[in-house]
Design a protein around this ligand. Structure first.
Ligand SMILES: [Mg+2]
Length: 495
């Protein structure tokens, strides 16, 4: 059976072609589809313990919760509890599971689902609607909790695009789902797909969809209704896998992509065969000869590999310029290196629009950055600022002062590592301040796509994406990333 995310991607493409200019909508159920309800079950049972001073659920793990949230009595029956106790706990659970506190504190999304939603939100003329069996009384809490969970992913749900069950708790849920579909259709949306974990809901929607144009996606998580014969257009899946959903050709054009570590011939060959515009290389000065060399690690710290040195900065720049590619030069020192690099890029005829300089602030210092900005005013001038993450989160005013000082030096792009703790909040703050941000240290295709969804100005990556037939080596570490995933790809586990 085909991967459901891939089916969704190709169906969406067809719909885009067939109905240009229309308002397209994908509808998501919430419980069991966006939210992993096992967390709620666990949270409420442990809350029982807390409020009763008991410890029945102290050792209960998320993986022990294998029942639907409406069938917790089955879970309780498996535990060493007296029947009267089971009943008491069950009624406490039913009374407390939808309190505001439980909704806000215990709800957790399935991995990848918010990214999938974000992907559709950034597509033109495309909307994500919520179609839930929850009653209207839960509207405010539902929006508040989902938007809290969505914040890090830049996902925001609105009141108008949330359809709830008017009939009340657990009543006529299937009818409410059909009513939700009709409600959005009346408002002029063309619904192209629905995602739900309950087979009965999908069946009801399928019946009501007379044009048979809605793709039915069954989130095969934990569901309450019996496993029934599903409508033929149903595709089942468990994992919200971005790498199946997003094809290379759909990458947003607004983002500049940079191929990391083009320091050797092998990686240059891979880079030149791609459509990626920017090549990043590491420039340092040989301490003995004072020549410029391409190298990530310092010559003092690590022994050069045998095949190194075979690609000189001159070779690289002349090839890149001939192919009309852009070059991002990571300068490993200031001083004389800056003069030499500026001379060299001029000698090969690079104009500012094809130039990008990166250096650490402590390496180049104010004078080095000012020199580059003066010589190449329209080039990208960047420094890494991951070291500011703790300051941004604790004293944002101070961090902004420092960043503003850097912009006074001529720096116009800030680079942050994907691996920085609290990276998403960090990025969000930088973005709100209006700084252009580059994300680097993006280890694999999945992280690359996650970074793409944040819509930074640029992303620097190894492009070691076997799934897309990209085998970038990265730089430093002797191409470890490359070796690592090549082995994984061949199914050999070496760790
Ligand atoms: Mg559901």
């Amino acid at each position: 059976m085909k991967n459901w995310m891939r089916v969704l991607a190709s169906h969406y493409e067809t719909i885009l072609r067939r109905y240009p200019g229309e308002r397209l909508m994908i509808l998501f159920d919430i419980d069991g589809t966006i939210l992993d309800m096992r967390y709620m079950v666990l949270y409420v049972l442990q809350a029982y313990d807390r409020s009763h001073g008991s410890s029945f659920f102290r050792n209960l793990r998320i993986s022990d919760v294998t029942v639907h949230e409406n069938c917790v009595e089955r879970l309780l029956a498996q535990l060493p509890l007296q029947p009267e106790k089971q009943e008491e706990i069950l009624s406490w659970y039913l009374k407390h599971r939808w309190t505001s506190a439980a909704v806000l504190e215990s709800h957790r999304p399935f991995g990848g689902v918010l990214e999938v939603i974000r992907w559709f939100l950034i597509q033109p003329d495309t909307y994500v609607g919520l179609n839930t069996g929850r009653p209207e009384s839960l509207r405010a809490d539902t929006l508040r909790s989902l938007n809290e969970l969505g914040k890090d992913y830049r996902v925001c749900f609105t009141d108008e695009l949330l359809h709830m069950n008017r009939a009340g708790w657990e009543q006529g849920v299937e009818d409410a789902k059909v009513e939700g579909v009709r409600h959005f259709q009346r408002q002029g949306y063309r619904i192209f797909a629905v995602v739900d974990n309950e087979p009965y809901n999908l069946k009801a929607i399928s019946k009501a969809d007379t044009q048979k144009s809605i793709l039915l996606l069954h989130a095969n998580t934990i569901f309450e209704s019996k496993r029934i014969r599903m409508p033929r257009r149903t595709v089942r899946g468990k994992v919200y896998d971005l790498t199946e959903l997003i094809p290379e050709k759909a990458l947003p054009e607004r983002i500049q992509f940079v191929w990391h570590g083009v320091n050797d011939k092998a990686n240059l060959r891979q880079f030149l065969a791609s459509d990626i515009h920017w090549a990043e290389c590491d420039i340092r000065m040989d301490p003995v000869t004072n020549d410029l060399v391409l190298r990530h690690d310092s010559l003092e710290d690590t022994v050069p590999q045998e095949d190194e040195g075979s690609l000189t900065p001159d070779d690289l720049l002349s090839r890149l310029h001939k192919m009309d590619k852009g070059v991002k030069l990571d300068l490993k020192a200031g001083g004389m290196l800056v003069d030499k690099v500026l001379d060299m890029v001029s000698a090969y005829g690079f104009d500012d629009s094809h130039l990008w300089f990166n250096a650490k602030v402590e390496r180049l210092q104010e004078s080095g950055f000012r020199q580059l900005a003066f010589a190449r005013p329209s080039a990208v001038l960047q420094c890494p600022v991951s070291f500011l993450a703790p300051v941004i989160l604790s004293a944002p005013g101070k961090a902004k002062e420092i960043l503003t000082m850097f912009t006074d030096w001529g720096i116009n792009r800030f680079s942050i590592s994907w691996l920085t703790p609290d990276m998403r909040q960090f990025f969000d703050q930088m973005d709100q301040w209006g700084f252009e941000v580059n994300i680097y240290d993006v280890p694999d295709l999945e992280s690359f796509l996650q970074a793409t969804l944040l819509m930074p100005r640029s992303i620097t990556s190894d492009f070691n994406f076997p799934k897309w037939h990209y085998y970038g080596r990265g730089s430093g570490e002797n191409g470890n990333h490359y070796e690592f995933s090549m082995r994984l790809n061949r199914g050999i586990r070496t760790f």
